[in-house]
Design a protein. Structure first.
Length: 253
């Protein structure tokens, strides 16, 4: 049965819903796997023919009725489309373009998340400089009532890993923001740094990246990240960051 399920999932992932429905109707009217040659007119291209051939081959080893296979196809297609609609992933690559990956600046993806925030916005970064477009977006978010939280690395003077006081600079630039540090670490994390680079809004959209909040990262570095809309990842990530705050793993400064 597993082979049949795998073949069905591959087919629905590569086939428009209306074509899946058309195939399901044809299967329901067929006489079963031995009569599968009646489906030969369904494929529109070699790829579709290969997908159908795999389904029929697996069907011949499983004694399920045509109506059951038709229902399996329709259900798998609906489930796949719903899952795809719930979570959309987009690769963000900043740096030299290539033949297969289009570049989209890190700054664009970051600003999309910040500007999408309605109630809550959480940012983590090892280092942050005054990037004008990003700072303006933060201020716009605060002005429309968004609770802005930022987790940043402490300066070396305060026991952290960077040479200047980025937290002090952010507090001065964004006085109403909630700025946090990871100052209290147990033995497992002694010497640990805030290396996560995350922007997440309203548990609904997030950007996870290699890029710090710096002009160099926004414009010149080779950086990679993933923009995630919907699904469980933004929800779980936002909840986790806020749990670090409520459990006092990170502290407001």
């Amino acid at each position: 049965m597993k082979a049949l399920l795998d073949a069905v999932l591959r087919l629905v992932a590569e086939t428009p819903p209306d074509r899946v429905d058309q195939l399901a109707r044809a299967i329901a009217k067929s006489g079963g796997a031995p009569m599968a040659s009646s489906l030969d007119e369904w494929p529109l291209n070699p790829s579709a023919r290969g997908l159908l051939t795999a389904v029929v081959a697996a069907w011949r080893t499983n004694s399920i009725a045509p109506a059951e296979l038709a229902a399996l196809l329709v259900g798998a297609s609906a489930g796949y489309r719903r899952s795809k609609a719930e979570q959309v992933l987009e690769l963000v690559w900043t740096g030299p373009p290539g033949p297969t990956i289009a570049t989209r600046r890190t700054e664009q993806a970051l600003l999309e998340v910040v500007d999408a925030a309605v109630k809550r916005l959480f940012i983590t970064s090892f280092v942050a400089y005054d990037v004008p477009s990003v700072m303006k977006a933060f201020k716009r978010a605060i002005e429309r009532g968004v609770r802005l939280s930022m987790l940043l690395e402490l300066s070396e003077q305060d026991g952290g890993g960077i040479s200047f006081d980025v937290i002090g600079k952010m507090k001065a630039a964004l006085p109403t923001a909630h700025i946090y540090s990871w100052s209290s670490k147990d033995e497992r994390f002694a010497g640990g740094k805030v290396h996560a680079k995350i922007v997440v809004a309203d548990e609904a959209i997030c950007f996870v990246s290699s890029a710090n909040l710096t002009g160099q990262a926004m414009e010149r570095n080779m950086e990679a990240g993933v923009l995630i809309r919907g699904g469980s990842v933004p929800h779980d990530l936002h909840r986790h960051l806020e749990a670090l705050e409520t459990s006092n793993v990170i502290a407001r400064v």
